[in-house]
Design a protein around this ligand. Structure first.
Ligand code: FRU
Length: 538
């Protein structure tokens, strides 16, 4: 608890450092409004409005997400006693809409067998495990035991897979006496089991990251697991270790065709450096996953090599919810909104990290191949309040769109469309009176979307944080460009072209951004259908 007992002292220091930060800026920037010398607490300035954060302590990957009896459950890698990674627990939060979360008591604690690393949870509807009592449906969590002593002793077999069951709808878990259910076959990185019920082949499947491969297992009772195959040699990105896989069937939008999707997080080796998540689309015969030949062709083209769910630097280890009712039918996803390159150094003290907004995933056949599309869950629109709407704004120079007097920009949904983009590029800028700027937009010359946080406020905590502009090639051939943007105090999530290209990045301004403007790259154009909604959380 040492770190957290220091909280009040730390908060005072933070307020002081903001004041000093403001003063530095005032001295360096001619245009600064003197009224800006307001003090902010870390809570005011950096605790997100609409993204889940733990009340206190460290958080990384989302774990064990399932839906049951009206509640979405989110567990997460958690070190409650410090603000950097440490002995891992499964923290727990619940929500009725995936937007507003209630943090619950810690669900799984580390023990003599090790830390509780990432994993998944399923509702064992037919009690195949036998853990259910009196007709109740048990929740089965599967996680990796990480034996620190084994690691320190230089062993390679310190990660194994274990299960725990809950008979109270995911509040508390009892670890299975027969753990581990999968012993380590002498593979150093052997972790992050994700279970899925395969209704096509009527068995449980589990994917596991093993070095730079994914191993596929099957089971009839969630206790005894059979290795079926592996995947990944020479395919996709291999710049780092493979982690946190997910595997599920999806109906291709507008057809009856079913394809299997494999998500694989990788660290480092992402498209804009550090941690990121790639995916593969293919077929599964109950034992072996083979990527579709069209997708393979894409991967082999000089353009791609790997295809990512998000080209920003802050969406990692994301997986999908289990047990979403058929009446809903959505595939729902959430990721850790940070990056191992700097996640432990970001300028918050009492807690560290947030999750992305929950996202709906679709699989579409685009041109010759398959692509995942992501958009924020529709539940977010229930939080819309004040609205700013304009049919069109002619952009012929640096043009203010809105400032915080009209709409508080700290939790906002922005939608726009540019019809017939032709040869235009543009840069949106979020600014504050101290001159901090977060820039993002589209560069028509190299056909890249970009996010530039190099001058977005506090960046010096890590050399890697603001080392370069993040870029994502535009893949859509649509002459019109549309976007949905979700803004929070410390994050931006950009969904371009109906979610075909996504970029998620975090930032830490010295005071809240209070103006949004746009600049054309070379020629005048019309920004259409602009709609800005304040998202209200009070
Ligand atoms: C991914 C990861 C997982 C591991 C967990 C440990 O971010 O490295 O592979 O289970 O974090 O906290």
């Amino acid at each position: 608890m040492k770190t957290l007992r220091k909280t009040s002292l730390v908060s005072m220091l933070i307020v002081l450092s903001f004041l000093i930060g403001c003063k530095d800026k005032v001295q360096n920037n001619q245009d600064v409004d003197e009224s800006v010398n307001v003090s902010y607490t870390e809570e005011d300035l950096y605790r997100p409005n609409l993204h889940f954060t733990p009340k206190e302590g460290w958080m990384n990957d989302p774990n064990g997400m399932f839906y049951y009896n009206g509640y979405y459950h989110l567990y997460f890698q958690h070190y409650p006693d410090g603000n950097v990674w440490g002995p891992m627990h499964w923290g727990h939060a619940v929500s009725t809409d995936m937007v507003t979360w209630k943090e619950m008591p810690i669900a799984i604690f580390p023990d003599e067998k090790g830390y509780i690393f990432s994993g998944s949870a399923v509702v064992d509807v037919n009690n195949t495990s036998g853990f259910g009592k009196g007709g109740g449906q048990p929740i089965i969590a599967m996680f990796t035991y990480h034996d620190m002593d084994g690691e320190k002793a230089g062993k390679t077999n310190y990660q194994s897979q274990a299960i725990a069951y809950s008979l109270d709808e995911g509040q508390t878990f009892t670890k299975y006496s027969g753990n581990p259910v999968i012993k380590n076959p002498d593979i150093k990185d052997f972790r992050d089991p994700k279970i899925v019920w395969d209704s096509i082949h009527e068995k449980w499947l589990m994917v596991l990251a093993a070095g730079q491969k994914i191993m596929f297992y099957s089971s009839s009772n969630l206790k005894d697991w059979k290795l079926e195959s592996d995947f990944g040699d020479g395919i996709g990105a291999h710049g780092g270790v493979w982690e946190c896989p997910d595997f599920f069937p999806m109906v291709v939008q507008g057809t009856d065709e079913v394809k299997w999707v494999l998500l694989v997080s990788i660290n480092p080796g992402g498209p804009n450096s550090g941690s990121a998540t790639q995916y593969f689309v293919g077929d599964f015969n109950g034992k072996q996953f083979n990527i579709d030949s069209s997708f393979e062709k894409d991967l082999n083209s000089s353009e791609h090599k790997s295809i990512w769910i998000d080209y920003g630097r802050d969406n990692y280890a994301g997986v999908t919810w289990a047990n979403i009712p058929d009446t809903d039918g959505r595939k729902l996803f959430m990721g850790w909104m940070s990056n191992w390159h700097y996640g432990q150094e970001v300028p918050t003290e009492t807690w560290r990290s947030a999750m992305t907004v929950a996202r709906e995933v679709e699989l579409q056949k685009m041109d010759a191949s398959y692509r995942l599309l992501f958009k924020p869950v529709k539940e977010l629109t229930n939080y819309r309040s004040t609205k700013f709407k304009k049919e069109s704004i002619a952009i012929n120079g640096d043009t203010k769109i809105i400032d915080s007097k009209a709409i508080d920009l700290s939790s906002t949904e922005i939608n726009f469309k540019i019809s017939d983009l032709k040869d235009n590029g543009f840069t949106f800028k979020l600014t504050n009176k101290q001159g901090d700027t977060l820039a993002f937009g589209y560069n028509n010359e190299d056909k890249n979307f970009f996010v530039d946080r190099r001058k977005s406020g506090k960046t010096a905590f890590s050399e890697k944080f603001a080392s370069h502009v993040s870029k994502a090639k535009r893949t859509s051939l649509n002459p019109d460009l549309s976007a949905t943007i979700i803004l929070d105090k410390t994050s931006i999530e950009l969904f371009f072209d109906n979610g075909e290209t996504v970029m998620t990045e975090i930032f830490f301004p010295n005071s809240p951004f209070d103006k949004l403007s746009i600049e054309p790259k070379n020629q005048e154009f019309v920004l259409g259908n602009i709609e800005i909604h304040k998202l209200n959380f009070n």
